[in-house]
Write a protein that binds this ligand. Structure first.
Ligand SMILES: [Zn+2]
Length: 333
């Protein structure tokens, strides 16, 4: 280990380490080719990450040998491979990170594994402010008609990740190195290291049942999110009931209005309005006219009621409202 390397590492550590206490190894953090999610980093994104990944911690995901072990990037470099073309037609570039670990008894096996090249695939987490469509350049969140993975004029549509604002960590994922297997990445707004590992298990959906199984968790999550959004709000059933109650109330005030109107039109005193019967405006008006006709007729014999004389109007009213009729009430008493 040269002095320059040792200085770079010691710039990041709490105490000064000697070369023999340290183990260093290179990792390919990310590249500018289209990955399995039909995404790629722009060249600017790679340059920005070269700067931001220095000092970040790498973890060994889902690996019992590597429990509680971590490594740290002390230097980075963007390397251009002029011999290699990317799927989108540009020259292949990748971000190489140089990591160190402090040698301990606990990480002896892990170091052997790294030396043996077993751990090749790395995933990175960072935040990207811009995600644009490779075909039209539109922000993918604002929506465009192009479908990722579909070919347009011989070019595979993909998302270009740019505007890197932060680099958080990197991790070895628990899959063996595969030819052509690139770097995976995830964005730390949501999800964790598990999501990174799961991303590597890409399987094409070919049946309706597989599709249903794949989308069901998304549907469940959406339904749960909606339910949470409306938590404490009135349920559709309660809402209908409230509406029904309101309608009943409206209906009763409407009938009351019809009765007042009918009474006034028929020239009846307003107090008699509520005595009018009928379920429709027409019936109420007819009842009011009948009542008015009786009121106006003179010399009509009075009905003898208990405690006095019942007028024709009263008789007419009580004939129609037997529950209120003092004559009936008397008999029943
Ligand atoms: Zn587009």
């Amino acid at each position: 280990m040269d002095k320059n390397t040792l200085d770079k590492i010691n710039a990041l550590t709490r105490r000064k380490f000697k070369a023999e206490e340290l183990y260093t190894f290179p990792v390919v953090l990310c590249h500018n080719d289209i990955d399995r999610d039909y995404e790629r980093f722009s060249d600017e994104a790679l340059d920005k990450m070269a700067e931001l990944f220095v000092g970040t911690t790498g973890i060994f995901d889902h690996n019992p040998t590597a429990d509680n072990q971590s490594a740290r990037i002390y230097d980075t470099e963007v390397i251009t491979d002029p011999e290699k073309q990317t799927a989108w037609g540009g020259t292949y570039r990748y971000l190489k990170g140089y990591a160190y670990m402090v040698r301990t008894a606990a990480n002896k096996d892990l170091i052997t594994e790294i030396d043996a090249g077993i751990k090749k695939e790395v995933s990175v987490s960072c935040s990207s402010a811009r995600r644009t469509c490779s075909v039209c350049g539109a922000d993918v969140n604002s929506g465009c008609e192009h479908v990722r993975g579909k070919s347009y004029d011989g070019q595979t549509c993909h998302t270009v990740l740019d505007g890197i604002t932060d680099a958080y960590e990197w991790s070895f994922v628990a899959v063996p190195a595969q030819p052509g297997a690139g770097v995976t990445k995830h964005f730390t707004e949501k999800g964790g290291n598990k999501a990174m590992a799961d991303k590597n298990e890409f399987t094409a959906i070919t049946t309706q049942a597989d599709f249903d199984a794949a989308v069901q968790p998304l549907i469940d999550a959406a339904v749960a999110a909606k339910a949470a959004e409306f938590e404490g709000w009135i349920s559709p059933e309660d809402h209908q009931k409230a509406l029904d109650d309101l309608t009943a109330e409206n209906k009763s005030s409407l009938l009351k209005a019809y009765k007042t109107k009918a009474a006034l039109m028929a020239g009846l005193p307003e107090e008699l309005a509520e005595r009018l019967t009928g379920d429709t405006e027409e019936d109420i008006a007819k009842d009011a006219e009948n009542l008015a006709a009786l009121t106006k007729s003179k010399g009509t014999p009075h009905f003898e009621a208990e405690g006095g004389v019942m007028s024709d109007v009263e008789k007419y009213f009580y004939d129609r409202n037997k529950n209120l009729d003092p004559r009936t009430r008397k008999e029943n008493a």
